[in-house]
Write a protein that binds this ligand. Structure first.
Ligand code: ZN
Length: 141
């Protein structure tokens, strides 16, 4: 649980939580980095104490990056083939380069957003964080 965290520091919505994760910030407090390597999340936040070892993003970030890259590049590829005189090797070099750059740029934000969403929904061993409309347990007792 988030021991060193004021209730107003918690994200107000799943979107805010996912945005923090996508920006490489701790989804719980937003103060620390979520990743210590490119795709390796920290095991525990040094600021709020949230345990991130429960995350199980698995292959979903890669699926998401492939889905977005394919949908963005498909019309671009069609336009390039129909409206330019680039040779096949030129088209291939351009398309493969663009696809690699887009995939690498999207992997970490996608994984951060997915980890944040898992935490917000209380999936995979995460304890569901309190919602802004809920009062903390100590105030309700
Ligand atoms: Zn934190």
């Amino acid at each position: 649980m988030t021991a060193n965290l004021l209730p107003q520091e918690l994200p107000r919505s799943a979107w805010q939580s996912a945005l923090r994760g996508a920006c490489n910030r701790c989804p719980s407090c937003g103060r620390e980095h979520l990743f210590f390597k490119f795709l390796k999340p920290i095991s525990r936040c040094g600021s709020c104490g949230q345990d991130w070892a429960h995350q199980q993003a698995d292959d979903f970030p890669a699926y998401l990056a492939i889905l977005v890259t394919g949908h963005v590049l498909a019309p671009l590829i069609i336009a390039l083939v129909n409206h330019t005189d680039l040779p096949v090797w030129g088209l291939m070099a351009l398309i493969v380069s663009l696809a690699l750059v887009m995939m690498l740029a999207m992997l970490q934000p996608a994984k951060g957003a997915i980890i944040a969403t898992q935490w917000w929904l209380g999936m995979h061993g995460f304890e569901k964080p309190p919602r802004p409309s809920e009062k903390p347990k100590s105030e309700t007792d």
